[in-house]
Design a protein around this ligand. Structure first.
Ligand code: ADP
Ligand code: ZN
Ligand code: ZN
Length: 743
């Protein structure tokens, strides 16, 4: 047998190897294998088994080993790898390294530990007998029966003061099971849910939910590829619909992948999945960035072997090697976090749809504010639209009030952080012991500093972006390259002491709130405070327990949180996301408003939302006020069509960078001429032009945009041209297909 292998060793070429007799049957397409490569041994992935050799058989070197009992890539994942490599213009090796976790590639000889779990259940009389005869065994038995998942043997024994003999006796009688696991510590083992009590008992679906579950269930039963887009207002019970779909898949013996934008921000979702499925005996693998190597390998093996059939995680969980994939859920499908910003620059949602297609599975996308790409796919008849138009139990959607900050500033004759309306509302909530969340778009005390007299803004000398002021250590920091310097006391340009802080940060809002409500208990959540481990969980737990009156945070806390006692949400500066040079700015602003508003009034009392803005007439703000997604989508799609922006055409970004700007511009211009000649009307080209951030880490950046309706062909042509083009030293370039951010 001859196999075609992609080495994973910085060697971007397909090679052929023969499989020795001893490894027959173990090596398949998708297997991770050890191969000789030159004078060393390397790792490789079998892309095709029974491949045709390019050289005589006897000249082929042999595969020397196989890692893992199961192929790293299932057939659908192999197809997905090929598609990603082509569509995203990424080397096959880079794609495979993204799809297969490091812990799996290492095949790391990780330490295994002994774990105990419950075995056969005893009848009451038998248990009573055991308690009399062997109280220590009974104690261990009862402890194990209360656990959701295997517990580390050494830990349990020392905690219960039992010996290994006690455990051995239980195991001998089938009352306990002992297994080896790679787990070093079980992620989310404490079942933490921000203090929420997770009901394993599913609620009775309302009519709308039942209709969606039926529709998705029908697709699952057909066993063919289908995409459903669930557009449901915040709090309409979308998660419950996802859970039912997963349940149906498990009942039919299949596997499901459940994607969330970020696991750390969705502890409640993870807890609900575990509460529901682990109680029913299905292990749920949680896939996130903080797993130890051992945990990752263990979870991966559980999925590859079929021992676990549900995985929840961020975008890379879309590559889980599950068996018999039937369903991929993509929660908050509009989130830009699904796009990876390094090679391969894939979009988790789009990859999910494509994988579902390859696996003949169902893809269920959901959001209160679907992306316009998905809306366009519904209109084109590719996706099926499902709607949840009401909140569960007919709770009211919050009332959104817009404050015109131009008037506030005029009245106050100066900078205003909190409008009078917002302050009034906060006073009321505080008096009624209800909770408030204030959202801000930025981090730090204020993002940049600007001189009142000469307008000077302090920029990073390496990156041409404003530096961020950090009050804690009185420094200015660059968010792109990390450059740091002390904050100046006077304007570096005109020496005026009148430097003012532009923009509002969480600390500034915190101070403003302390002035108006000195007795309120405040907590601030931003990337700075969250750097401390477990702080995030702790604050959310305290907030749920009512120990905090007002929570201030960046929009990172706006996702998916469900606190019943929050009746007021304030958005301090709605404009920030609107004044960026990106055609998606309106869409982002609309999404931000709807999502943060969705945090209010999740309990029995109706919620109110106060939005502060300098441009109250903007479409995004007006449609969000009316919670009119369809109206917004219509207006925005019309604009996009007029400009032939996505979703009407695809966009490809080409970045050129290097230390010498003249050289880059010269070659980028030559390149564009070449593309024009080769591709003609297949693309519209814009640029080269300096990138919005002209310089990063002392490298100048230029960009070219391609607009096209024939993405795969154009990408393939660009890659081919790129190989032929004579690039000079000192100019690096990269393609980004379907970029999600233009700045
Ligand atoms: P969404 O994801 O649409 O924002 P969730 O699924 O989080 O909404 O639902 C909001 C709350 O309503 C959750 O606490 C959930 O447990 C509860 N819930 C969902 N469906 C029902 C139902 N049919 N009956 C009662 N409560 C429900
Ligand atoms: Zn100045
Ligand atoms: Zn910098």
């Amino acid at each position: 047998m001859i196999v075609a292998v992609q080495p994973l060793a910085g060697f971007d070429k397909l090679l052929h190897y023969r499989v020795p007799e001893t490894l027959r049957g173990a090596v398949r397409a998708g297997s991770l294998v050890r191969i000789p490569l030159g004078h060393r041994h390397a790792l490789g992935l079998v892309l095709a088994a029974d491949a045709l050799p390019e050289v005589p058989l006897e000249k082929l070197k042999p595969v020397t080993g196989v890692l893992h009992d199961h192929p790293a890539l299932t057939p659908d994942l192999l197809g997905l790898a090929r598609w990603m490599s082509g569509y995203y213009a990424a080397r096959m090796e880079a794609v495979l390294e993204t799809m297969i976790p490091g812990a799996v590639r290492d095949g790391a000889r990780l330490r295994q530990d002994k774990y105990l779990s419950a075995g056969r259940a005893l009848a009451a009389a038998e248990l009573a007998a055991l308690v009399r005869k062997a109280p220590k065994q009974a104690k261990l038995y009862e402890f194990l029966r209360q656990q959701f998942r295997p517990v580390k043997k050494s830990l349990v024994l020392s905690r219960l003061g039992a010996t290994a003999a006690v455990a051995a006796a239980l195991v001998k009688h089938g009352l306990a099971k002992e297994e080896l696991h790679h787990i070093e510590r079980v992620a989310y083992a404490d079942g933490w849910a921000g203090g929420e009590v997770v009901a394993a008992q599913p609620p009775v679906l309302n009519g709308e939910q039942a209709a969606v579950v039926d529709s998705v269930g029908a697709s699952l039963a057909r066993g063919k590829f289908a995409v459903h887009l669930l557009q449901g207002v915040t709090g309409s019970g979308k998660t419950e619909v996802y859970l039912r779909a997963v349940e149906a898949v498990l009942a039919a013996g299949g596997s499901a992948i459940y994607l969330v934008p970020e696991v750390a921000l969705t502890p409640q979702t993870v807890a609900r999945l575990r509460g529901r499925f682990e109680a029913a005996g299905h292990r749920t693998v949680v896939w996130h960035s903080h797993l130890s190597e051992g945990e990752r390998l263990d979870g991966w093996i559980a999925l590859a072997s079929g021992a676990a059939r549900v995985v929840v995680g961020a975008r890379s969980a879309v590559f889980a090697p599950v068996r018999d994939l039937r369903l991929i859920v993509v929660d908050e499908e509009h989130e830009p976090a699904y796009k990876q910003d390094e090679t391969p620059r894939y979009h988790g949602r789009d990859v999910a749809v494509y994988r579902a297609k390859l696996a003949s599975a169902v893809c269920l996308l959901g959001s209160a504010t679907p992306s316009l790409e998905s809306v366009a796919n519904v209109r084109a008849g590719k996706y099926r639209l499902e709607r949840l138009t009401r909140r569960v139990d007919d709770k009211q959607l919050p009332d959104i009030q817009i404050v015109d900050m131009r008037i506030e500033v005029m009245r106050a004759r100066g900078l205003v952080t909190l409008s009078r309306l917002l302050v009034d509302h906060m006073h009321q909530r505080f008096a009624r012991r209800e909770q408030t969340i204030l959202f801000i778009n930025r981090r730090g005390y204020s993002s940049s500093m600007q001189c009142r007299k000469c307008g000077h803004v302090e920029e990073c000398p390496h990156c041409s972006v404003a530096m961020t002021y950090h009050r804690a250590d009185e420094t200015l920091k660059c968010h792109l390259c990390g450059h740091e310097r002390g904050a100046p006391a006077v304007c570096p340009s005109c020496v005026s002491p009148e430097i003012r802080w532009r923009g509002l940060g969480t600390q500034r809002v915190e101070e403003a709130v302390r002035r108006v409500l000195p007795r309120a208990r405040l907590e601030r959540m931003d990337t700075d405070t969250m750097a401390k481990k477990h702080r995030f969980r702790q604050i959310l737990g305290d907030f749920r327990a009512g120990k905090i009156d007002i929570l201030i945070g960046t929009q990172m806390i706006g996702k998916g949180l469900d606190f019943p006692n929050v009746t007021l949400v304030g958005l301090i500066d709605a404009d920030l996301s609107m004044h960026v040079p990106d055609f998606r700015a309106n869409e982002r602003t609309f999404q931000l408003l709807v999502q943060v508003a969705g945090r209010a009034g999740r309990g029995d009392r109706a919620g109110e939302v106060v939005v502060q803005t300098f441009t109250p007439q903007a479409d995004a703000i007006q449609f969000a006020r009316k919670a009119d997604f369809d109206g917004f989508a219509e207006a925005e799609l019309t604009m996009r069509r007029n400009f032939s922006y996505p979703p009407y055409r695809h966009l490809i970004h080409h970045l050129f960078r290097g230390p010498n700007p003249e050289k880059i511009r010269f070659f980028a211009e030559a390149w564009v001429k070449k593309v024009e000649a080769a591709l003609g009307s297949a693309v519209e080209i814009r640029g080269p032009s300096p990138a919005p951030i002209e310089k990063v880490k002392d490298e100048y950046r230029f960009q070219v945009w391609y607009f096209t309706t024939r993405t795969p062909q154009v990408v393939a042509a660009l890659v081919k041209l790129e190989r032929e083009f004579r690039w000079p030293d000192g100019v690096t370039q990269a393609l980004d297909v379907d970029p999600m951010s233009l700045v």
